[in-house]
Design a protein around this ligand. Structure first.
Ligand SMILES: N[C@@H](CCC(=O)N[C@@H](CS)C(=O)NCC(=O)O)C(=O)O
Length: 226
């Protein structure tokens, strides 16, 4: 996955409504394979925001470095620094970006559609991703074995994907909740991508999610990520 893209490319992704080019001030502490970090990188791409990329190698335990722990005491990627403001947790970062940088809104005005976006984001962020996080998998591998860890992960991803597929049944828009990329999509794609590439999830049983994955693969905000 790329760690960022040029400001010209970002402006092109954000489209005509993008804010005028501002001096670099955002810093994103991120790990390339972290789905939570990918959420933020996609939103930054969509909003056409330039940022300094600060890699945190989770496989080398850099999240435990004191410098990073000061930014995020729970020692998870990502964390965003905007001037004097530090925000850790992808959901909080996305809501902050939405408030501060309103170009390419991530949430629709319509209350039902807004709630659906938040519900989908919440299923991914509360009921799927935490159950496939390294500390959880490492614990299972230590206590049981690696076969149990992969079975555990696949079970919880399939449980979440089954719910998401039901929720999106009949979805006939380009993306999950409309014809623009919104919050739901930003949570869905990194989870689907990781499900396929890391955890071998069979997407043929999730036709709506599989169709959305194809659509994301065509969109420049996601392409900049792969
Ligand atoms: N709720 C947090 C969860 C963050 C999280 O779990 N990040 C993972 C990577 S996606 C991580 O840093 N794991 C720590 C580790 O692997 O030790 C968020 O959305 O930012």
């Amino acid at each position: 996955m790329a760690s960022g893209c040029s400001s010209n490319a970002l402006q092109a992704i954000a489209g005509a409504g993008a804010a005028p080019e501002a001096p670099v001030k955002l810093k994103l502490y991120s790990f390339w394979r972290s789905s939570c970090s990918q959420r933020v990188r996609i939103a930054l791409n969509l909003k056409g925001l330039e940022y300094e990329y600060k890699p945190v190698n989770l496989l080398a335990n850099e999240q435990s470095d004191p410098e990073f722990e000061r930014l995020n005491p729970i020692k998870y990627a990502p964390a965003l620094v905007d001037g004097d403001t530090v925000i850790a947790d992808s959901f909080a970062i996305l809501m902050y970006l939405e408030d501060m940088y309103p170009q390419h809104p991530l949430l629709p005005q319509d209350p039902q559609n807004r709630a659906l976006n938040i519900q989908i984001a919440s299923i991914v962020s509360s009921s799927i991703q935490p159950l496939q996080n390294y500390p959880v998998l490492n614990f299972i591998e230590e206590k049981l074995d690696s076969n149990e860890a992969i079975k555990w992960t696949q079970h919880h991803i399939n449980r979440g994907f089954t719910a998401l597929e039901k929720l999106l049944k009949g979805c006939n828009t380009t993306y999950a909740t409309g014809n623009e990329i919104q919050l739901a999509d930003i949570f869905l794609e990194p989870q689907i991508y990781g499900g396929i590439k890391r955890f071998g999830i069979d997407m043929s049983i999730y036709p709506v999610l599989a169709r959305l994955h194809e659509a994301y693969m065509e969109h420049p905000a996601f392409l900049a990520e792969e």
